[in-house]
Design a protein around this ligand. Structure first.
Ligand code: FES
Ligand SMILES: [Fe+2]
Length: 429
């Protein structure tokens, strides 16, 4: 272990004023200031949220030209819009006149956007179309549009964007995660998913990185969610209630900061991921899956279920939910979630998915409240005193696969190490 003093009291600037990430992020431990430092947070906005690819939305949210959703990338308010020619585009939601939010609706359909302050009108492509009382404003209007993000690309309906024209290709960023998105989509017999149920947002007094880290941390389940496991039959039972050597789920570091808990090996039967003992309740779903994928693959999919995977930095494929992480400063973040509804299935199946989403993540749900409280307590402890966090668990028993992914025991910190390894790479670029 490197000789870094444990008394290190903050994110130590180097001689050139930059935070020394190589010191603060080691293979088996990280420094607590990474969760509390304002300097680190500002750096993350620049390098992660404005420098790389970030998830913004799904094609199903804006199926028709003129439809839009309001999102945030880092701290920048943006609009994901389908333009007249059918392309998704991402515009800054910031008036070119005196910087008001041009659009306050969370989603909708528009022919243009009119700023509520002095009425400047913008097209769906961000172009400034009209300025009220035009005689007083003689500047070139072409210089005053809503800025368009230089990179917008999608993978099978999942739309990502970047403020940085040199962020590289989306495929390179996603790497192994494309296969994970494929597994999500394969839960629909028609390959369609619909994020149309609306979003619930929860504000946490905790650093945003606790969300991706905790969401693929299999070690806490038996403790943080013990009450949940006791009162409700859930797909996590098998993962929560057994001795170490009996636990069959796995942690996976897919590379590029993408991490997963693979619950499939622990599921006792088909549709365990929907909290059901077997698939008998939805014979029409089973039949549609068999028709779409053939008998063997359909039953494999019905058994294995959707992935539980974080895609760096802000997307969580949370089985039958989609989750977005939004940073709000070193000590605050917002988690967005919506149920992942399937095309080609009966309303009964999608109703089940909705109820499960409400039970797990809704305003009066168990799982999210448990995780929210534990992360807020962690933030309090981190702010009160500087410390190192140990991430060594399971290092000695990780398996490296041919595709570069690393597999750990479900209780191992393989996923945390994978997150931080990539984080350090991005932050030291
Ligand atoms: S700030 Fe938007 S029109 Fe003035
Ligand atoms: Fe949790």
């Amino acid at each position: 272990m490197a000789a870094i003093p444990d008394s290190l009291s903050a994110a130590q600037p180097r001689a050139d004023g930059a935070v020394n990430y190589d010191e603060l992020i080691q293979q088996d431990r990280i420094h607590g200031s990474l969760y509390t430092s304002e300097a680190v947070y500002r750096d993350e906005l620049q390098k992660i949220f404005y420098g790389g690819w970030v998830y913004v939305g799904h094609e199903s949210e804006i199926p028709e030209p003129g439809q839009f959703v309001r999102r945030t990338i880092g701290e920048e308010p943006v609009l994901l819009v389908r333009t007249r020619d059918g392309r998704p585009t991402v515009l800054k939601n910031r008036c070119a006149h005196r910087a008001n939010l041009v659009c306050m609706e969370d989603r909708g359909s528009a022919r243009s956007f009119t700023c509520p302050y002095h009425g400047w009108v913008y097209g769906l492509d961000g172009k400034l179309l009209d300025v009220p009382y035009p005689n007083g404003f003689t500047r070139d209007r072409n210089q005053y549009g809503l800025p368009v993000l230089p990179l917008v690309d999608s993978y099978r309906g999942f739309i990502f964007a970047s403020f940085n024209p040199d962020a590289g290709s989306l495929r390179d960023h996603l790497g192994n995660a494309t296969r994970v998105i494929d597994r999500t989509i394969a839960m629909s017999p028609t390959g369609e998913i619909k994020l149309t149920a609306g979003w619930v947002k929860h504000k946490f007094q905790a650093n945003w990185k606790m969300l991706p880290e905790n969401d693929t941390d299999g070690y806490h389940v038996n403790f943080v969610h013990a009450s949940f496991a006791r009162v409700i039959r859930s797909q996590y039972d098998a993962a929560a209630m057994t001795a170490e050597q009996e636990l069959k789920s796995r942690t996976i570091d897919w590379g590029n900061g993408h991490t997963e808990i693979d619950f499939a090996p622990a599921y006792p039967g088909e549709l365990a991921w929907l909290g059901l003992p077997d698939a008998s309740r939805y014979p029409d779903y089973v039949q549609a899956m068999e028709q779409a994928y053939g008998h063997e693959r359909a039953h494999q999919l019905l058994h294995d279920g959707p992935p539980h995977t974080v895609i760096f930095p802000n997307l969580f494929l949370a089985e039958m939910n989609i989750v977005i992480f939004e940073p709000r400063g070193p000590n605050e973040c917002v988690q967005w979630h919506t149920p992942l509804l399937l095309g080609g299935v009966s309303d009964a199946v999608n109703d089940r998915i909705m109820r499960q989403s409400e039970g797990a993540l809704g305003p009066s749900a168990f799982l999210l409240a448990d995780d929210g409280v534990i992360s807020e307590r962690q933030q309090i402890a981190l702010r009160s005193g500087q410390a190192w966090l140990d991430l060594s668990r399971g290092e000695q028993r990780e398996i490296v696969e041919a595709d570069g992914s690393r597999i750990g025991h479900v209780t191992d910190e393989t996923t945390n190490r994978g997150f931080w390894h990539h984080y350090r790479k991005v932050m030291t670029r």
